[in-house]
Design a protein around this ligand. Structure first.
Ligand SMILES: Nc1ccnc(=O)[nH]1
Length: 396
């Protein structure tokens, strides 16, 4: 198969483009075998298949039963707690399948989901997740992180049980961190367990606009102290945006030193953060631009879809990218397409980092956008998804 006249954003180049912007690709079998400058004007934009570093497959599409939390994270947590008690394998399977089918059609090749993990035993969602991870193998690579309230790790035996289960199931150790008492000590327990069991870590951290929420800084310091550079992912970090510039800069320098992976969640952050009873001025998004300037190239991810935390949305990362561009002034847009391709691929430790080059997998998303401006319009988002060298889906 030959793909002609496509812009490849420079950050996604795994080859020397020699200053050209538009390319023709030759695909043989499941591989790209040649990338050459094109003689034609661009008729679209080529990305590597997208990677979604942070979702919640266990609770998506439940908003019709639980209701939206109207801008209040802790209300969202309470609403889902009541609903969670009634979760069944069939219900979970249907919700997860629907999400994966949508992500796959949109051109996503890998997804990391958090699984609500209350108590020490594995949640009902884990067995369903493992079943779907096997069923979707070769289409969407699936990872999970345990979403455990940080305080649960204060109990050493409970922490050990959780870590053993996560290890057995091939997952990532996670926690929800927000202004906890004794936060450094409890975070230290998570790092102890990760080290003892050889696990990577993924935190929900500082998801709020209180300037004294400084979990991110503690996590970066612990990552350096424990030598877990590059093994730790942090989602949200909203409070970084409301802290003093100098303080935030120091935190980001530590994050860079720790090779921490930062994931911003535009839809949910916009919905849950800022005021509800008047026009919200604060956007809740973390300091994406300062992070990048400090050497921490961040990811954008989907987070919640049609649940109490975020009642709208779907699994289209190109759409989420468009929102991120507008929310955080990610301009020029072309320069930030690594937020849904390369950066999350590295955060998830995927074999292919998403750079397009001869020899790379032919897992690609061909967008109709003829220039960077069309990336954010409905026509420009229309796409042809190519997986393993074959056209999977086309939107007209
Ligand atoms: N933003 C979120 C925090 C905690 N749980 C969720 O599902 N989402």
């Amino acid at each position: 198969m030959r793909l002609e006249a496509l812009r490849i954003p420079p950050r996604l180049h795994g080859f020397d483009g020699g200053g050209a912007e538009v390319f023709d690709l030759q695909i043989e079998g499941a591989q790209v075998v040649a990338v050459e400058p094109s003689r034609h004007p661009a008729r679209g934009t080529l990305l590597s298949a997208t990677v979604d570093a942070h979702v919640h497959l266990d609770k998506n599409y439940t908003v019709r039963e639980v209701g939206p939390a109207e801008g209040n994270l802790f209300a969202a947590i309470q609403r889902i707690a009541v609903h969670r008690a009634g979760w069944t394998a069939d219900g979970l399977r249907a919700r997860m399948e629907r999400a994966l089918a949508e992500a796959w059609q949109a051109g996503t090749r890998a997804v990391r989901t958090h699984l609500d993990w209350i108590g020490t035993d594995a949640p009902a969602s884990l067995a369903v997740f493992e079943e779907l991870r096997a069923r979707w193998h070769g289409r969407v690579a699936l990872q999970f992180a345990s979403l455990v309230p940080l305080d649960a790790y204060a109990d050493a035996a409970a922490g050990e049980r959780i870590a053993q289960t996560v290890k057995r199931a091939g997952g990532v150790l996670g926690a929800f961190v927000y202004r906890n008492e004794g936060i450094v000590h409890k975070l230290g327990r998570v790092f102890d367990l990760a080290q003892a069991h050889g696990l990577s870590i993924d935190f929900h951290v500082d998801e709020g606009l209180d300037a004294d929420a400084t979990g991110l800084r503690s996590i970066a310091q612990l990552t350096i102290a424990r030598g877990l550079h590059g093994r730790v992912v942090c989602g949200h970090a909203c409070s970084l945006a409301v802290q003093e510039d100098a303080f935030a800069r120091d935190t980001l320098a530590l994050c860079a030193q720790a090779r921490l992976h930062l994931v911003a969640l535009p839809t949910t952050n916009l919905y849950l953060q800022g005021a509800w009873d008047r026009t919200p001025v604060q956007r809740g998004i973390t300091r994406i631009r300062e992070a990048a300037a400090a050497g921490v190239r961040p990811s954008l991810a989907t987070d919640n879809v049609q649940d109490s935390f975020y009642p709208y949305g779907g699994y289209d990362l190109v759409e989420t990218f468009g929102l991120g561009v507008q929310m955080a002034h990610l301009a020029p847009a072309d320069d930030w397409l690594d937020t849904i391709t390369l950066n999350p691929a590295r955060a998830l430790g995927l074999e292919w980092d998403g750079r397009i080059a001869p020899g790379c997998p032919a897992d690609l998303v061909l967008l109709a956008a003829r220039d960077p401006y069309e990336l954010l319009d409905a026509r420009g988002r229309r796409r042809t998804v190519v997986r393993a060298g074959r056209i999977l889906a086309k939107t007209e």
